[in-house]
Design a protein around this ligand. Structure first.
Ligand SMILES: [Zn+2]
Length: 131
């Protein structure tokens, strides 16, 4: 099922609209889900699937943001993780918050991983369903 992303021209929020099929896109009259305004600017189209989220993560990981990160500095990693979650506009859950907090406190990333066995054990997005 395709998802179309729009920018509301009134409240300037990003609105994701799910359509039944690609042919709906031309006929659809998207309405802002936040303020009900009907002047929306189309951003991008993509397929709604967990894979799109993965692709976004890959893109983020490849982005210049990675250039700021100092892997030997937990606080630098925490900053980057926060930035990453901010760009995704999503709450990544308690574990994520705890890791960021501990990194900011200067904890060794390897110690954090060792104390949280769920972390890093998943190689697909599906595993997140278990949380
Ligand atoms: Zn709006």
């Amino acid at each position: 099922m395709p998802v179309y992303e729009y920018r509301c021209l009134k409240c300037h929020r990003r609105v994701a609209i799910l359509l039944r099929g690609y042919s709906d896109a031309a006929a659809a009259k998207p309405v802002c889900t936040y303020c009900g305004h009907d002047k929306l600017k189309r951003l991008v189209s993509r397929v709604a699937a967990p894979k799109s989220e993965e692709a976004r993560l890959d893109a983020l990981a490849d982005s210049a943001a990675l250039g700021d990160i100092d892997e030997n500095d937990p606080r630098s990693i925490a900053r980057w993780m926060k930035k990453m979650s901010g760009e995704m506009g999503e709450d990544l859950g308690d574990e994520f918050g705890e890791v960021v907090d501990r990194l900011e406190a200067g904890d060794n990333p390897e110690d954090i991983e060792a104390s949280m066995p769920e972390l890093g054990s998943s190689d697909s997005a599906d595993s997140f369903d278990d949380f």
